[in-house]
Structure formats: C-alpha cells, structure tokens
Design a protein around this ligand. Structure first.
Ligand SMILES: Nc1ncnc2c1ncn2[C@@H]1O[C@H](COP(=O)(O)OP(=O)(O)O)[C@@H](O)[C@H]1O
Ligand SMILES: [Mg+2]
Length: 550
C-alpha cells in the first residue's frame, strides 16, 4: 500500500513537468485539460489508498489491543503480589495503549514510506544525475540525523519512564491517604515530595524533548535548504541548456517528497521509541504467562488440608518470614491462629490461599498441591477474608458473588445470611444492587468486613480462611462470625481464623500459636488456652497467658 501511495505521489511532479514542457510550449488547451483530468484521477487514488492504509493500521492496533489488553491486565493484577507498586502494574496495562496509539498515529505511515525513498531518488536522477546526487546527499544527512536521535534519546528513555512511575506512585499514595493528610495537615510535605519526583521527571523529559526538537528543526531546515538547492542547481543546468524548465519544478517537488518520510520519522521518533519499549515489555509479559501450564481440573476438595514443612519468603524481597510450618486439618475442623503482631500469621494465611508461593514444603488440599490446581477451580474451594478488606468498585451482590456476571441469588443471600449481613444489605438504598463506590464508601469498616466475609463464604468453599475477621466487628458481628465458623464445620468444610480477641476463637477446635515466624505451640483449644506459660510441652507467649488471666 505504501509503495502504491509513494508511486502515486509522483503525480504532482509529473503533472508540473508535463504542464510546463508540453501544455505551455504547445499552447494546447485540450492537452492541459487531459493532463489535469489524469492528475485529478491519480490524486484521488492516492487519497483513497492513504485513507485505507490509515484505517488498516487503526484496525491492526485495535485487534492487538483486543487480544493483548486482557492478558496485560491479568499480569497487572498479579504483579502487586510480587511486590510491584500498583502504579508500576497499571503501567503494564498502559503498554497496550501506547502501542495502539502509535499504530493509529502518523508514525507507522512515515516508517512504511522510508523504503520507497529510492523511487523518488531514481526519478530525480533520471531528470539529471547531478540533481540525483544532491538529493541523495540530503537523504544521507537526514538519515544520519535520524540515527543520531535514536542513540541520543534511547539513553534517556528508560530513566524518564522510571521517573514517571516514581512520580505517579507518589501521587497515587497521596490520593489514597487524603483523609490522613488533611486531618493532620501535612499536605505541604506531601506536595513537596510529589514536586521533587515531578521535577526529576521534568528534567529528564525536557532533555529528551530538547534533543528530539533540535534534531527535528535541523532536519526541517535542511529539507528546505535542499529544496532550494535543487531549484538553484536546476536553474544552473537550464542556463547551461541541459534541462527543461518543467524538469526543475518536477525535481524540486520529487526531492521534497523523497525527504518527507525522513523528516516525519524524526518528528515521530519519540513515540516510536516509546511504542517499541512498550512492545518489548508486552512480549515479555505475554511470554511469562505463556509458559504457565494450565493444570487439569480436579474434583472439589472434601477431605483434608495438609501443610508440611512449609517455609515462606516475601516475594518482593526474598526474605524468609515463616519457617518449617506443619499442620493438618480434616473436614469439619476449625483452627484458630494467635500470636504477636508481625509473627507471620498473615504470611501463613497468604500461603494457604495460594497468594504467596512457598519456598520449601507443600500445602495440599485432598492430597493435591495448591500449585497443581487449576487457578479457577482452586478459587472455588477457597474463601479468603484478608486482613485489610478492600471491596471491588461494583454492587454488593457482585462483590459477594466474586464478580460472577450471572450469580445465583439464593447463593448470594445464603452467603450474606451466613455472614449475618442480609438484613443490613436490605436496608441499603438499592439493597443487593447498591454500588459500593470506589473506596467502598457506602459501607462502614465493620460492614465492609462482613461483606468480605460473605464473599469468602459464597459458594460454600471447602477451606475458609479469615485474617483477623473481627477487628472491626461489634458483638452482633462477632456472634455472626462464630455462627459462620460453626456452619462451615457443620457442612464439612475447614475454617481457619486468625484472631487477637478470644471471642472469635469460641468455635474453633485447635489453636496454633505463631511467633517469630515459627509454630510456637499447637493443640486443642482448651488445652492451649488453659496452659500456663510454664508448660514445657507448649511454651506460650506472655501475651497469651496475660489474656487468660484477664
Ligand atoms: N509484603 C511483604 N514484604 C516483605 N515483608 C513482609 C510483607 N508482608 C509482611 N512482611 C513481614 O513479615 C513479617 C510478618 O508479617 P505478618 O505475617 O503480616 O504478621 P502478622 O499477621 O502475624 O501480624 C513482618 O515482619 C513483616 O514485616
Ligand atoms: Mg496479620
């Protein structure tokens, strides 16, 4: 298509030459009319091909986006688990936008026109070799400028991107902490921190833009200089009697057209570099997913959970947080996990629900290691209430039903009832269909926690893991929590609850004490809770014995 467009772009030059050398010299109006009609037709074709080319490029971009957008988003969702900031993860999703934006813009047309420059060079060369050599020299100088801009901007591109991510991460964190910043009046400091990152980004950005802008201006001037040069040289050749007047005009137009793509390429170099970097990252992103084998579907778990010699490290830093954890629970049992803050309780929970990988050891449901489950099938076996409950920006119903587009209302209501929040949801403005808002602002912290509990209980998963589920609950909420644990046990599931307050432990059979990343003690609930700190079998943390006394 670009080849055709480039050939058709010779229309102007040929028309000019024919008008000067044929129509004007012969003084024939019919010749002029015929030439004009021909030129008009060719121009229309050129326009049509140009339009088709740009539509094709837009569609290629959209098709790429439709295919890769969801995959890139899946990676973006996964990345925070491995210690990347949300800003950095979202950047991955934006890579697709960058590539699509580039394909739909002026850049690709310029790049596709580059290989057709010889067509124009040849045309000018045929008119007169000297003119050809002059244009070729111009093209060479411009090409050197393009390569120079590539090398000069490449060095800064990565730094600029990193600076932009750092700046956006600060903006994101400030926005999320708006209440705290406002109440304690440190918006000045928050803005100053943003300003420092912004300045850094601006400095790099300015440097890149300076290089691109200077080279772009230089190339434009060179192009004009060359056009006038061709005209001057042509005039000299006419005076010498080696060229016709029409050929001068044609050579001027053709040499200008020959260099236009180079000029365009330099002008679009920045977006080309950005799109290329995005594309490389996308390939890496997609590659990372492509190597993951989707395991076979397994039947729902019904029998037991076994954790053997599990060691867990933080994915971001690789620092070992939990060492050599072993425990086993059968269907119908509930385990309470207690211990001081920072001991590793939430870490164990994250490993149990397959959010964090294990460094050593294995976690199995009905004998099958978590990693051997199909992701979605495993998810249906697991209910997880994280320590910091965050709800999705969707309706209450969609949140409870885990975004299932056509949830079974009975299952949603059953889960809400089990979490003791059914009546409360009915009182909301639009009941189950109430949108929760971007920060879950419709609900109080305690209500969010109970909607989170309902989501964990939705679909009767085999393993229900709750990380400090009662931290925001009142007495009715705690009673509902206890009933929910009893219900999980009654239907043959396994409940694991991390708790600081003993009220949440009323319904559990066993208690594990986790301290300094190790299992400090484990046993039947009453035995653990009644053991003094002097016990030699189950050494108990001071905190626990104090709690028992109170
Ligand atoms: N994402 C993380 N990256 C690195 N270290 C972490 C991360 N989350 C928690 N830790 C560290 O692991 C330790 C245990 O944390 P956690 O399991 O949350 O304790 P608990 O839930 O018992 O209060 C803490 O010292 C904490 O600093
Ligand atoms: Mg915790």
């Amino acid at each position: 298509m670009s080849g055709l467009i480039s050939l058709l772009a010779l229309t102007g030059a040929l028309y000019m030459m024919q008008v000067y050398d044929r129509a004007l010299t012969s003084g024939s109006v019919p010749t002029l009319a015929a030439l004009s009609a021909l030129a008009l037709g060719l121009y229309l074709f050129q326009g049509a091909f140009d339009a088709i080319r740009s539509q094709v490029l837009v569609r290629i971009g959209a098709r790429l986006d439709r295919k890769l957008g969801p995959i890139a988003h899946k990676v973006a969702i996964e990345m925070p688990r491995f210690g990347f900031s949300t800003t950095e993860s979202l950047e991955r999703g934006r890579d697709v936008d960058t590539v699509r934006g580039f394909l739909a813009g002026q850049g690709p047309a310029a790049l596709f026109d580059l290989p057709w420059i010889p067509v124009f060079l040849a045309f000018v060369y045929i008119l007169h070799p000297w003119l050809g050599v002059l244009t070729l020299t111009g093209a060479f100088v411009l090409a050197v400028l393009t390569i120079a801009s590539e090398f000069l901007t490449r060095r800064h591109a990565a730094g600029t991107r990193a600076a932009a991510i750092a700046r956006n991460a600060i903006a994101d964190s400030n926005a999320r902490n708006a209440d705290v910043i406002r109440a304690m009046g440190f918006s000045g400091h928050a803005v100053a921190r943003f300003k420092a990152a912004n300045d850094e980004h601006l400095t790099l950005q300015t440097r890149t833009s300076d290089i691109a802008g200077t080279l772009s201006a230089l190339s434009r001037v060179l192009r004009m200089l060359l056009q006038s040069g061709v005209l001057g040289l042509g005039a000299f050749l006419v005076i010498k009697g080696e060229l016709t007047a029409g050929a001068i005009m044609a050579a001027t137009v053709a040499s200008g057209r020959a260099l236009a793509p180079v000029d365009q390429a330099i002008a679009n170099w920045k977006s080309f570099v950005a799109a290329r970097a995005s594309f490389a990252r996308l390939r890496e992103t997609i590659g990372a997913l492509a190597t993951a084998v989707q395991p076979m579907d397994l039947p729902r778990a019904r029998r037991f959970l076994s954790v053997s010699n599990v060691t867990v490290a933080a994915p971001a830093s690789g620092q070992v947080i939990l060492t050599d954890m072993t425990l086993e629970l059968r269907a119908g049992e509930a385990l309470g996990i207690i211990g001081p803050s920072g001991g590793g309780k939430s870490t164990l929970v994250r490993a149990l629900v397959n959010v964090w990988p294990t460094l050593r050891g294995s976690i199995r449901l009905d004998g099958a290691e978590l990693g051997h489950w199909n992701e979605d099938a495993l998810g249906r076996n697991i209910g997880y209430l994280p320590q910091d409950v965050a709800l999705l920006d969707a309706t209450v119903e969609e949140n409870i039903a885990r975004l299932d587009p056509s949830p079974d209302p009975d299952k949603v209501i059953a889960a809400a009832t089990a979490a003791g929040i059914h009546e409360l949801i009915l009182k909301l403005p639009q009941g189950y269909r109430t949108p929760i808002g971007p920060q879950g602002s419709v609900l109080s912290a305690g209500q969010r926690q109970r909607v989170g509990l309902a989501r964990a209980l939705y679909g009767d998963p085999f393993l229900v893991v709750m990380d400090e589920p009662n931290s925001n609950l009142d007495t009715t909420g705690e009673a509902a929590l206890k009933d929910a644990i009893l219900a999980v046990k009654a239907r043959g599931g396994i409940a694991i609850v991390v708790a600081h307050r003993p009220s949440a432990l009323a319904a559990v059979d066993h208690i594990a004490v986790i301290q300094n990343g190790r299992l400090a003690a484990m046993g039947p609930r009453d035995e653990i809770l009644s053991h003094g700190s002097g016990s030699s079998v189950h050494p108990l943390p001071d905190k626990l014995s104090r709690r028992k006394v109170s």
